[in-house]
Write a protein that binds this ligand. Structure first.
Ligand SMILES: NC(=O)c1ccc[n+]([C@@H]2O[C@H](COP(=O)([O-])OP(=O)(O)OC[C@H]3O[C@@H](n4cnc5c(N)ncnc54)[C@H](OP(=O)(O)O)[C@@H]3O)[C@@H](O)[C@H]2O)c1
Length: 278
């Protein structure tokens, strides 16, 4: 039986993937911060019995320590992990800058640091699977935002959009660095942009942006059920190269600053230092 770990698996794209792999008979570990959503998942999968194969892990992934504990929990409970998918995200595009108790800016912590800790931390467990794959779901291929090298925690001229976009660009570099950090790993690392998908994401936006986004979603967005189809194909048949990036079904060229290896390694080393004592 294959083991699939999905952060943000209680909602949206992550939930769509979780339901798919539960129906296929996989052991699916879903990570989210809301217990009610996680506990509702096995029933939604309509698998009989999904019990025992659906594991909900309630973790606040804004915490590096909690992400580290999650690595240990998964290592202790699973001899191998076949697929690791990162979907946990909560946009804070407006409002004041918020900092986690560990001292990290919210988007940096949730959308980037948790993926750094889990991807590198679960490497051995992934390498025990026959065809391991990591999928980092974000916005590769979108030329917006940059890494604020001198101010990664966005303390100066903060805006939620600036911090969110930086976390996306950091994830592009996280993928680019992975095979360089772990030479000869059998893990295939895929950065994936699903396009516009009608998930619950706008529910957390302030009005009137929430209403506007929902209206535009109704016209423009793909349903989560449809959007996960190409993701499932990539997860089941990972591409040959150790690192690839896709925007829906289109493979992206790994040229330009988004995937620059020097920048990727620079961010890797900076991040390792930042979280060393957390
Ligand atoms: N939807 C789109 O149009 C779109 C477009 C491009 C890229 N993406 C990317 O696709 C991924 C999935 O997006 P989505 O639209 O499916 O999101 P979503 O429906 O808003 O779901 C977000 C997930 O993240 C979890 N989460 C939020 N905060 C968390 C925390 N502190 N700790 C643990 N889990 C947490 C949520 O679970 P709880 O509520 O249980 O915490 C939920 O399962 C994201 O990385 C997003 O950036 C989405």
């Amino acid at each position: 039986m294959q083991t699939v770990v999905i952060t943000g698996g209680t909602d949206g794209l992550g939930r769509g993937l979780a339901l798919h792999y539960l129906r296929l008979g996989a052991h699916v570990l879903v990570v989210g911060s809301t217990a009610a959503k996680g506990e509702a998942l096995p029933a939604a999968a309509e698998t009989c019995p999904a019990g025992g194969r659906a594991t909900f892990l309630q973790v606040d992934l804004t915490s590096v320590a909690a992400a580290r504990e999650l690595v240990t929990t998964i290592e202790d409970g699973c001899p191998s992990v076949d697929k690791l998918v990162f979907c946990a995200q909560r946009y804070r595009l407006f409002g004041p800058r918020t900092v986690t108790p560990e001292g990290f800016e919210h988007s940096f912590a949730l959308a980037y640091l948790s993926r750094y800790v889990l991807g590198h931390g679960l490497r051995r467990t992934l390498e025990s699977a026959s065809r391991p794959v990591v999928m980092n779901v974000g916005t590769p291929g979108v030329p917006l935002g940059r890494i604020h090298w001198e101010d990664l925690q966005v303390t100066r001229r903060y805006s939620g959009t600036k911090a969110t976009l930086q976390s996306f660009r950091a994830n592009d570099l996280l993928g680019a660095a992975f095979p360089a950090v772990h030479a000869d790993t059998p893990i295939r690392y895929v950065c994936y942009n699903p396009g516009v998908v009608a998930t619950g994401m706008p529910d957390h936006l302030p009005q009137p942006l929430r209403a506007l986004t929902k209206t535009s979603f109704a016209v423009l967005a793909t349903s989560p059920e449809k959007a996960v189809e190409p993701m499932i194909r990539l997860l089941d048949e990972p591409p040959d190269p150790a690192f690839t990036a896709y925007r829906k079904t289109r493979r992206l060229r790994l040229t330009g600053p988004a995937f620059d290896l020097d920048s990727a390694m620079r961010l890797h080393h900076l991040t390792r230092e930042l979280i060393r004592d957390r």
